[in-house]
Write a protein that binds this ligand. Sequence first.
Ligand SMILES: C[S@@+](CC[C@H](N)C(=O)[O-])C[C@H]1O[C@@H](n2cnc3c(N)ncnc32)[C@H](O)[C@@H]1O
Length: 321
Amino acid sequence: MNTLAKLRLHDLAPPQDDFLGAVLDGLGRPHKSLPCKFFYDEAGSALFDAICDTPEYYPTRTEIDILAAAAGEIADLAGRGGALVEYGSGSSRKTRLLLDALAPTVYMPIDISREHMLSACHTLAADYPALHLMAVCADYTRPLRLPTVARGGQRRLAFFPGSSIGNFAPLEALRFLKNVAQHLAADDGLLIGVDLKKDPAILNAAYNDAAGVTAAFNRNLLTRCNRELGADFDLDAFTHKAFYNQAAGRIEMHLESTREQAVHVGGRRFTFARGETIHTENSYKYQPDEFRHLATQAGFEPLRTWTDAQHLFGVLYLRRR
Ligand SMILES: C[S@@+](CC[C@H](N)C(=O)[O-])C[C@H]1O[C@@H](n2cnc3c(N)ncnc32)[C@H](O)[C@@H]1O
């Protein structure tokens, strides 16, 4: 069978001037920042996969273990068949557990990193020949119209793993969850992975792995600015900095300037003091109750929360009301 006949791409990728605009805006702010969605060019996506395999980065293996143990129950709640829609699908590694348990007819991965997503889809198409793959390259932080899928009376399960919800500040997370709710009908489900509040030492280690993979991931953003926007960042003059901000309940990731310097991008000049940072990512952590409250405000009913023995990570099944 020609498996590729079952793969369609809906390309809603943001234009390149989106990146330039975001960089000029972010570097022009009093506290310089860049949106974390720009981490994910092909090199960034590969580096994220490598982060998942570092011993310090517990979220991936913990979430996989939770999903593997709960897969049957998830299928009972979500219903078998139907469509599986995944936000930020990356390598679709965790997805396989759901494809095996739910046997959906359609899988719709949504990701901003087109080539990486398509490569994952080609492998899935070979491994699941009966599955219809409708890949969507898009920025999910923006209002998004998904391609129409005939429901045939079957339910849709939205999947948002990887604790990517933590990249949004709580109010943005609420807005995102409301957008997801609009992609669903009453009784459809959202399965979401949430990183839990815990001993800051565990969190700090997870974002500062000894092999320096997270540092390389963070600095790749500057490589991308140089390559795609003709910027002149000196990569040796910025270091990775990540720490848990207890008051805000989030990991913050920054790139710190090691000296006073100027950088040019898109015809503009940006100056940096020694020690000044570009804030590149937040990763908010939640107590299960805090997250259930947020989900309820967004129009979902939390039906089930699974966690690991050490309460490091939570996976929640939310029913769209
Ligand atoms: C933290 S990784 C998680 C990957 C995978 N879901 C997992 O759990 O291991 C985030 C994924 O979301 C994608 N992504 C990040 N921001 C995005 C955005 N604004 N719109 C669409 N995809 C995005 C990235 O390309 C990446 O594949």
